[in-house]
Design a protein around this ligand. Structure first.
Ligand code: ATP
Ligand code: MG
Length: 650
């Protein structure tokens, strides 16, 4: 039963009896984790994965912060994600429904996926790739991207996926950092109805670097005319046609590397995060099963992320397939060819579980609830979000217009570094609270501490740390153990420092206050970015907002707010000065006069990374009147210019 209180901010939503009674995870999971300690994870690893050599050692933490989980065990990730479902008699179940942007689609059963992954593994081996080699994957969101990742895992090669929207330079630096032997790419893709090209960026990257690269394997996706270097470049379809569907998965040690993935670079030079096999897969399967309540026989799961970021690794390529799920992957943008595309896909495949980002939800809000209302969304039973704190306003909208006021929402906090979800409600257990990721998952020891590392009481702002090693934790930064130690462990010694500010509310629920680098200090008061942004977004004319603290002579820092107007506010074309003033006053009323932005700047767009995160440091450059810094990891590199131009004319 839902419980009402006076303010929408504090309203909580208990899971329905119907949902709770069928949920995979019950409150008992917390008790088990508490009682069993490390053995809890050993049990998950044994229950959820198939080991070719069982492990005896659970955790080796003798050389912190370098953890080893299940070290003497052996297994193969691709065997676990694909083959064993076929062996168990589920070969005819659909593993992937691929939906192309132009509307083409193709489904792969687990048997078909096994054949494709085996062929790709054989093809890569015949190109000289073997265990431990690095493979750069620069692809659109097509089935072959997932097939490539699994093929790497099958032979023990380490994949390093680089977002397909990144520039040739970003690709080159990642290829060089990992010394990749093979690049897997596509001729191109489709974006907003038009064919785009990807292969030329690979050629450019390799002309400036990439000396380690021997071959480029190219998927023909849109048939566009791309340069081809004989000897080096190989067509995917030709290589796979020649390859056998028989392939024996290589036996990997639990601590053998599975992949490298660079963080989104919101705060500085991207870090090549290294994940290994046994622990990562354990937590991927465990969280996917319990947080998303997956029922492999009946659910249709869709995560809208790109494989270029960690969510696309753990919650597309690994977690769902380990659990034998049927999932949808979509190539394109949410507004192509129309703004109802997401909902059309939900309707077409009968999606039951939808995992997306707050930024996508705010975009849908901006477009208006009339759009989803045109589609049949009744198949949905669970919704999830990740990437940044979700504003209560967006959470409530999501629940109402997408979730028919019945779907539990799981707001999941985690990072590239953590490998899998760490803080989240359990959908059949937790009474959810809009805006808060709430509680650490069973088995995870999260804390909020002060700068000396001392645990803080509720209702006090501090730093988010993880107290105990967890299976899917990063093992290091590729090639840079020192940076690994300095970035995450130097601050608090034995605790992992996540880089995020946080506080626990009176109920002990965790609220993420944004990155510590983004926390603002106005006249001695620490202000959190998500809190002010949520207040801004709760103004009817504001669709999206980002705030930064800019140096200020009198107050130390002053709050600058950048806002995008909602569609109806844009149409009304109100006087901008008057509207800005109204929005400022609104924040003052919602939070406090101290939080009132010094300036509200109305802009056409906000600078976002590939994973939809706002890059506040660039806005800070604008607010402090400096040349704009490195924009190479922005999803759209022209955005900063648009913002500067729009402000210039005001
Ligand atoms: P970089 O570390 O290079 O700056 P990044 O931190 O953006 O990149 P990710 O690992 O993709 O790269 O993002 C993790 C961060 O995203 C978290 O540290 C947190 O700030 C934010 N985040 C993710 N999920 C949530 C959530 N549910 N609530 C609040 N913040 C979240
Ligand atoms: Mg980070």
């Amino acid at each position: 039963m839902s419980q009402d209180s006076n303010s929408t901010k504090q309203r909580t939503y208990a899971p329905s009896q119907e949902f709770a009674s069928q949920a995979n995870a019950t409150a008992d999971l917390y008790t088990q984790a508490e009682e069993q300690g490390e053995e809890f994870w050993a049990n998950q690893a044994r229950d959820l994965l198939s080991w070719s050599t069982p492990f005896n050692s659970v955790l080796d933490w003798s050389n912190p912060p370098f953890a080893k989980w299940f070290e003497d065990g052996k297994l193969n990730a691709a065997y676990n994600a694909v083959d064993r479902h076929v062996e168990a008699g589920n070969g005819d179940r659909v593993a992937l429904h691929f939906e192309g942007e132009p509307g083409d689609s193709k489904s792969y059963t687990y048997s078909e996926l096994k054949d494709e992954v085996s062929k790709a593994a054989n093809a890569m081996e015949s190109l000289g790739v073997s265990k431990g080699d690095r493979v750069a994957v620069y692809m659109p969101m097509i089935a072959e991207a997932v097939i490539t990742m699994l093929a790497c895992a099958r032979i023990g090669a380490i994949h390093s996926v680089v977002f397909g929207g990144f520039s040739a330079d970003a690709l080159r630096s990642r290829i060089d950092d990992g010394e990749a032997k093979l690049v897997v790419t596509a001729d191109g893709s489709y974006r907003r109805g038009k064919p785009t090209q990807l292969k030329p960026a690979v050629d450019e990257a390799l002309s400036k670097g990439g000396k380690s690269v021997k071959h480029v394997l190219v998927v023909k996706r849109n048939g566009s005319d791309v340069p081809f270097e004989n000897g080096r470049d190989v067509w995917w379809h030709e290589a796979l046609e020649a390859a056998s569907t028989e392939h024996t998965p290589s036996e990997q040690g639990a601590e053998d590397p599975l992949f490298i993935l660079y963080t989104s670079g919101t705060t500085g030079k991207p870090k090549g995060i290294l994940h290994t096999t046994g622990g990562y897969l354990t937590q991927a399967a465990y969280t996917h099963k319990n947080v998303f309540d997956l029922k492999p026989e009946t659910d249709v799961y869709w995560c809208t992320a790109d494989v270029g970021w960690v969510t696309g690794h753990t919650y597309i390529a690994y977690g769902p397939l380990l659990n034998g799920a049927t999932q949808v992957i979509y190539e394109g943008t949410p507004d192509s060819p129309h703004r109802g595309r997401f909902w059309e896909i939900v309707q077409k495949y009968g999606v039951t579980i939808l995992y997306t980002s707050p930024t996508a939800i705010r975009t849908m809000m901006k477009w208006g609830e009339e759009i989803p209302a045109e589609f049949d969304l009744s198949s949905l039973r669970l919704l999830g979000t990740v990437g940044e704190a979700i504003n209560p306003e967006a959470w409530t909208w999501f629940r109402k217009y997408i979730g028919a006021e019945k779907c539990p929402i799981v707001d999941t906090w985690w990072q590239t570094e953590t490998g899998a979800i760490m803080i989240s409600p359990l959908p059949g257990v937790t009474e959810t609270k809009p805006g808060s990721a709430q509680i650490p998952l069973p088995g995870i020891a999260v804390d909020v501490v002060d700068d000396a590392g001392t645990s803080l009481p509720n209702e006090t702002d501090g730093f988010l740390v993880v107290r105990k090693p967890w299976p899917s934790m990063l093992r290091t930064i590729w090639g840079d153990d020192d940076r690994f130690v300095n970035t995450y462990w130097a601050q608090f010694g034995d605790k992992y420092f996540a880089g995020d500010g946080a506080k626990r509310d009176a109920d002990g629920d965790v609220w993420i206050l944004g990155r510590v680098d983004d926390v603002m200090n106005v006249s001695g008061h620490r202000l959190s970015t998500p809190e002010i942004e949520s207040a801004l977004v709760s103004h009817p004319s504001v669709a999206e907002a980002a705030v930064v603290g800019a140096a200020d002579e009198t107050t130390g820092q002053a709050v600058f707010a950048f806002v995008i107007l909602s569609d109806h506010a844009t149409t009304e074309a109100r006087d901008e000065t008057e509207l800005s003033e109204e929005i400022r006053a609104h924040v003052g009323k919602e939070i406090s006069p101290i939080a009132k932005p010094k300036k509200v700047l109305i802009v056409p767009e906000l600078p976002k990374t590939r994973s939809g995160k706002i890059m506040r440091r660039l806005l800070k450059d604008v607010a402090e009147d400096r040349p704009v810094g490195d924009v190479s990891t922005l999803a759209d590199q022209t955005v900063m210019q648009q913002i500067v131009d729009s402000l210039g004319t005001k």
